[in-house]
Ligand binder design. Sequence first.
Ligand SMILES: [Zn+2]
Ligand SMILES: [Zn+2]
Ligand SMILES: [Zn+2]
Length: 388
Amino acid sequence: MRTYYPKSSIKMTSDVMFVLAYILFVICAVHPPAEVVSAGFTISSLFEKLLGNENVDFIQFHIRRTTLTLLIYSLLPLLFVLGLNTFVTEETQSVFILIDNHPTIYLILSTVALMLPLLALVQIYNYKLNWAAHPVVQTLKKFSNDNTTWEQIATDINNEYRRVEKICIKTSPITTVIATENWIIKVLPLNLFIAHQSDASLTVEQTDTHAFSHDHAGVVQYITIKVTSNRVETFKLRLKALDFQDLQDRVARSINILPEVKFHKSIIEQFTDVFKDAIKDNVRYEPMQDVDICIGCMQNKSDIKLQKYCEDTPSTGEGRAANCTSCYCKPMWCVDCLASWFVHRQDASKSETWLSSKCTCPTCRATFCVLDVCPIEFQSEPTDPENH
Ligand SMILES: [Zn+2]
Ligand SMILES: [Zn+2]
Ligand SMILES: [Zn+2]
């Protein structure tokens, strides 16, 4: 049976092209993909001259940027209606039929499209008369003690933002989390959430793990931190678990982690566990003299020795059958550092072959495999009064 498609519904007429291009444009304007951001097609970079320098006047820059963003967003429906008038004709059937059949919808759409930029302009005019009406200024005023003006608070934030110790974490193409010496700021397209660290409490509320992320291969964990303060409204920060450490190092307060929150182990940590488990039953090595501290971490005592115990595999002719070779180095590494060295020399995309692969000794470059990693066993543990 053949399905009948009306001719107009599948034709790529100019109006259909316009609707598709418009949708793409709105996505790029409202939630630009990372590629568009890195190509510089963002409001901040396109209107750089008008907005000024974020590094010099952080707060003023964002007041201007959020105001301009409001105006641009308000123009989007008008652009759609103007486009419809240009590209939709009687010949370019598909969208025309829709409009023709529902004139009221078109009328409402046009009215709203005209009203939104007008309202935005009125609002911007109000801001221009009195910046105190702007949401960012409203937030700043909540931090005012005695007679401090919002401009003074803005200057403090601007000064701290200029310092190198601040951290900026881009948590999505449109959101940035900034932590300066005293402030935590979440930058959004139309507003800034600001909290002073002195009275803010940060709690890791939940974590979510994703198998893929557009800029990161493998498993990525995101954590959600709730920032509560009695002066400003509560807001949430969602960032990658890898960035969490940076934030924790920057903020003066400790970040509470709810007991039910479990941090996902990185693939390297998971491999280290598997590696330790795999060498557990290997041949022991009994050192003649006391062993040194691991030269990798300078913390743990060296607890493994590389000794070839695996069987050679006959050369297959195709490439070198890389048989393991003897390592004569004295124990110099702890198992954690060796596991990390081992995994960093494997093909990142083939984690299933890591354990059966070979690697070279970090010191002498002798080839070894997991079977050749011998845990150190001390004949009689020297009695250490501090250890019990
Ligand atoms: Zn170590
Ligand atoms: Zn060696
Ligand atoms: Zn081997």
